[in-house]
Design a binder for this molecule. Structure first.
Ligand code: NI
Length: 151
């Protein structure tokens, strides 16, 4: 984490009221936290598909009764094994499974992975949640799991 800097923000009262309502609804603890989150999201969107190193999760929900789906999902994950730190499988119901896959690597590659998973018939959800390490001032070399991922 880099140095923490305070700065003032001027805002129209109506906009601020709406923002405070948004903060309450989304369970943020304070305005700073909410502003940080929105800025990160906006920057990530603006960057588009980037070559930034990211860490995060891909949460998937799928129907394991769909023919060959489990095998296809396993194949895809094996093709990205260098990017996958671990995954958890939860049997939600008789038919539906959820997996939380913890990933690290180039954002572009992880988005490609997420899209491949999400594109399989029977996958209801493939939700990426990535933190861009560089934008946070974190060097991948400092991560404990970094050794596994030097190319
Ligand atoms: Ni299952």
């Amino acid at each position: 984490m880099s140095e923490l800097i305070r700065f003032g923000v001027s805002m129209d009262k109506n906009l601020l009221d709406n923002f405070d309502h948004f903060i309450q609804e989304h369970g943020f603890h304070n305005r700073s936290e909410a502003i940080r989150d929105l800025i990160r999201e906006k920057l990530a969107l603006e960057k588009g598909v980037s070559t930034h190193m990211v860490i995060g999760t891909v949460t998937i929900v799928y129907n394991h009764h769909i023919r060959n789906l489990t095998e296809r999902l396993t194949d895809i994950q094996h093709n990205y094994q260098k990017n996958i730190l671990f995954s958890n499988h939860i049997h939600i119901t008789h038919e539906y499974c959820m997996e939380v896959i913890v990933v690290v690597g180039e954002e572009r590659k992880l988005r490609e992975f997420t899209n491949k998973i999400g594109g399989q018939k029977g996958v209801m959800m493939a939700l990426p949640s990535f933190l861009a390490l560089e934008l946070e001032g974190i060097d991948l070399k400092d991560l404990e799991m970094g050794d596994r991922h030097h190319h």
